[in-house]
Design a protein around this ligand. Sequence first.
Ligand SMILES: [Zn+2]
Length: 258
Amino acid sequence: MASDSKRSLKAEALILQHNDWGEADRMLRIFSREQGKLRVLAKGVRRIRSRKAGHLEPLTQVSLLLARGTGMWIITQVETVNAHLPIRAKLLLTGYACYLVELIDRFSVEEEENRPLYNLLIQSLERLESQADPFLVVRYFEVRLLDLLGYRPELIQCVVCREPVEAQNQFFSFLEGGVICPKCSSKPVDALPVSMAVLKYFRHLQRNPYSLVRMIQVPEPVREPFEQLLSRYIAFILERHVHSADFVRLIRSNKTKL
Ligand SMILES: [Zn+2]
């Protein structure tokens, strides 16, 4: 991999997670603008006098200087760009932010750059801080995440017969990744009913920038079913994604043994 040959890296990143490592160190998972998800070692940060410690809490946006150690990156310098204090001050906002971070962590592959996804994450945290409707911020994040990772569901035409979707209640298939019209609803094994109102709102988020979708209040009857549809679809994709990521990892590890 190209990054193996690099000795140092300057990066901007969001801290996703950290775990204690050895006596005084911490192993962090970060999502960087430059190289996607990375595992980095922070040496000595659990010592009382460590000056780095305060910058390395989850949800902190940092500017980093990394040096290549044996098989991993080591933090040599760190500065806070944004500590996202308004999020930390409210338990509910912290919960939403942790959910976004968890999705990024679970969906992303190490050392795979995805700047639009990094920007989406940072913008979504800023939106949570700006007292926007957290429901909208999180749903918009989910819809764009699916786009950016290549899982955009088909909402314009039936995924079975390819006819345009008409303005009536429809079905949705996780397996087929999109809308199934009432005529075809008996075909896939997992066709779930979905109302036209939910579908319309889903399309609205898929098509428009945040600056536009924030102008319209989320219709009350749409909230719960839309959230459920999205979260179930994401859970379905994640399961497949995790399996395929495991598979890739298995192939990689076998290759290195050969
Ligand atoms: Zn159809």
